[in-house]
Design a protein around this ligand. Structure first.
Ligand code: G6P
Length: 614
């Protein structure tokens, strides 16, 4: 993970870098650091903890300079402390380097460098790369840029790096492989580099998404030059950013997570805008249209994802199988890739990823591609690595999600999966015209129903108060509400650090029931539909053990209301669409409980939003 930002131009680099690092803190916040070139000096400041700690540390120091690099770290090699913080630099302080990724063969390179007399200060793989560049620069007598290129040829692993050196104060050298890097071309002959476009957007909309094994040299005199790692010059593909600055700010909310929860009526609408028309009775996902026939005829569809996106995949499985009668398997990307999976050319693999950068998901996709499968993507971040390597796909259009715990990205993923399932079902003839049209109207009504649930925020907050001191919680659901239970439990543990487990309601009898006592909150999705009566029986089992029961029910329900300690009503909808509604109260409950426990809601401990390490 880790976030990197760099600037070179006429402006002061420090404020641009620090602001950019704050935008990238979702990628990790174990430590932060900067290196600034100023009148022949390379000033390096680094500090354990958040960017705010770095600011405090650098407050009384020289922060001038028109070229600089900055880093916010999620620790992989070495503890999160000042020494392991980036930038790393050569002993003579000529070269400084920031890195996102993992150098897998760092130990072998390190032993060689120790043999050459290098003494290492940190435990990081990044310092090894820095010394390697320095070693080549000095011993081969080549420029720093050339030394970077030669060093990267020796490296196995993933990297996005930016290098600055006193030798060439007008130049930054950047390169990437498997970790993302965006280059911004400023209006004022200045250049920006960052892990994503958010630190760049307020200065320029002209960007180049760097490709794997590309090296960029930005030079104030010679402009931008792009090369492949084997020295072939390439023409940069300059794109216009669509990102809006307001989308990156809290807009009056106390936390990004709360803002993102409240954005869902809009983000769900944005997701189906132009893709569905209930009145005319059609649904169309332009991005995958040409692949629909193949999807229908495929052996099976494999959905691969991690975290919350995996939960969206599980909802997708119910939708595809029930509506379009297509065989679906949902896999954790990290497990799939190491299992020697049987994949054929008749398989379709769909990667689901908010960031489009999750290392395991990317690697699993590459594996599937190498075996001849068609690979599709459902991503939120436009231009992300997954969206670029897939044959086709559909964006979720949820807008930037900054809170580490995913909320609006999940409902947008489920919306895209619903649209896909409906489109495939229609084409395949597995859905009646009446059912199809009803579902389209129901889907169109979802944003307004989500709003109705959000309007119950105060009621949900009062319920949250009662459970803020819980140490364990159980979430139960059946059918497509089971993944909602998993997602509810994940939200609670991620941000409030309360241990929580999601279970299929009927499976509770096979273990978790042993945990239930009068202290244990049990959250159940008991909305009307096929398994309603069965869930009511499970609820009775919980109450018989004196568990505290919080049930999500359909408006007008009184059966569960008589048994449960609390009920939260959600509007009635088609059973297939319940996940889009039932997940909202769980998001709010977790949010309020975390705030009451004084947890850092947007940046929970040890987590990062974009997991670019395996
Ligand atoms: C991290 C984030 C989760 C996210 C998961 C998968 O764990 O904290 O919110 O669901 O990665 O990320 P992706 O970007 O692939 O959806």
């Amino acid at each position: 993970m880790c976030g990197i930002v760099a600037y070179i131009g006429k402006k002061e680099a420090y404020p641009i870098i620090v602001k950019g690092l704050k935008r990238l803190e979702y990628r990790g916040y174990d430590s932060a650091g900067v290196a600034l070139l100023n009148n022949g000096d390379l000033n390096i400041y680094k500090k354990q903890g958040k960017v705010a700690n770095l600011e405090e540390h650098a407050a009384d120091k020289n922060r001038s300079g028109h070229a600089g690099i900055g880093h916010t770290r999620w620790a992989t090699h070495g503890a999160p402390n000042d020494v392991n913080a980036h930038p790393h630099y050569s002993e003579d302080c000529n070269i400084a380097l920031i890195h996102n990724g993992i150098i897998e063969n760092y130990d072998a390179i390190k032993q060689r460098l120790v043999g050459n007399g290098y003494i290492f200060k940190s435990e990081t793989d990044t310092e090894v790369l820095t010394y390697l560049v320095d070693d080549i620069h000095k011993n081969a007598g080549v420029s720093v840029a050339e030394a970077v290129r030669l060093a990267l040829q020796q490296v196995v692993g993933a990297y996005a790096i930016v290098v600055i050196s006193k030798d060439n104060p007008d130049q930054l050298i950047a390169a990437r492989k498997s970790s993302p890097l965006v280059l911004g071309i400023g209006k004022d002959n200045d250049f920006f580099l960052a892990s994503d476009a958010t630190p760049i957007v307020e200065y320029t909309k002209k960007v180049v998404y760097m490709e794997d094994e590309e090296i960029a040299i930005v030079d104030l005199n010679e402009g931008l030059k792009l090369y492949s790692i084997d020295e072939v010059e390439k023409t940069p593909y300059v794109q216009e950013l669509e990102l809006q600055l307001e989308a990156l700010e809290k807009g009056g909310y106390e936390h990004f997570m709360l803002k993102e929860i409240h954005e869902q009526p809009r983000s769900i609408k944005d997701c189906f805008r132009g893709r569905l028309n209930a009145e005319e009775g059609w649904v169309s996902l332009g991005g995958i249209k040409d692949y629909e026939e193949k999807m229908i005829k495929a052996n099976r569809i494999i959905m691969i994802a991690s975290g919350t996106s995996w939960h969206a995949g599980l909802v997708g499985e119910y939708l595809f199988e029930d509506l379009a009668r297509i065989n679906v398997e949902v896999e954790y990307a990290s497990e799939f890739r190491y299992r020697n999976p049987i994949i054929t050319e008749n398989d379709i693999v769909i990667a689901i990823s908010q960031s489009g950068e999750t290392a395991d998901t990317l690697a699993a996709l590459e594996l599937a591609k190498s075996k001849g499968a068609t690979i599709l993507g459902i991503c939120n971040v436009v231009g992300s690595s997954i969206s670029r390597i897939t044959d086709a796909g559909s964006y979720t259009h949820a807008g930037p999600e900054i809170g580490v715990a995913s909320t609006k990205a999940f409902t947008a993923q489920v919306t895209v999966l619903t649209l896909m399932a409906l489109s495939l079902a229609k084409r395949k003839g597995t859905i009646s015209e009446t059912k199809f049209r009803t579902m389209l109207s129901e889907l169109e009504a979802i944003p307004q129903k989500v709003q109705q649930i959000l309007d119950k925020n105060e009621e949900i907050k009062i319920i949250s108060e009662k459970y803020q001191d819980a140490s364990n919680a159980l979430y139960l659901g059946r059918g497509s509400s089971f993944p909602v239970a998993l997602e509810g439990a994940l939200k609670l543990k991620e941000i409030s650090y309360i241990h929580a487990e999601g279970y299929p309601a009927a499976e509770m009898k096979h273990g978790p029931i042993a945990l239930i006592d009068e202290e244990m909150p049990v959250f159940v999705i008991a909305t009307s539909g096929t398994s309603y009566e069965k869930v009511v029986s499970n609820i009775q089992e919980v109450k018989a053990r004196k568990g505290k029961l919080i049930a999500i029910v359909t408006e007008g329900d009184d059966q569960v209301d008589n048994i449960a300690d609390h009920t939260i009503e959600i509007p009635d909808t088609d059973e297939h669409l319940v996940p889009l509604l039932a997940t909202i109260p769980f998001q709010l409950l977790s949010y309020h409980i975390a705030v009451m426990r004084e947890c850092n809601v947007d940046q929970p401990r040890n987590l990062a939003k974009s997991v670019t390490v395996e």
